[in-house]
Design a protein around this ligand. Structure first.
Ligand SMILES: [Zn+2]
Length: 92
């Protein structure tokens, strides 16, 4: 899913996001610049929840490099939440 306002981001307890592309529960939230989001995600999915796996698949299809576009990753689990920071990233 795409987070528009990082500073206000608080994972909601028990929230169940579902990726609208693969229909899987999406527990990892990430944020990318609008420009990259619009390039990678098909127009019909741009306002919906798209998980990182599907985002990556779209980027791969379109050969769009985005490894420098994700700086933090959020995990909203049932028992704990995390904010991960990118240590290293590579385009393949
Ligand atoms: Zn998905």
């Amino acid at each position: 899913m795409k987070i528009n306002n990082l500073t206000d981001y608080r994972p909601a307890v028990g929230r169940r996001q579902t990726c609208k592309v693969c229909k899987c529960p999406d527990k990892f939230d990430f944020n990318v610049p609008d420009e990259i989001w619009r390039k990678v995600v098909p127009q019909e999915n741009q306002s919906e929840v798209v998980c990182l796996e599907c985002f990556d698949a779209f980027a791969s299809e379109k050969q769009i490099h985005y490894s420098d576009s994700i700086a933090v990753l959020y995990f909203a689990g049932d028992k704990a939440t995390f904010k991960f920071q990118t240590v290293s990233a590579h385009d393949l």
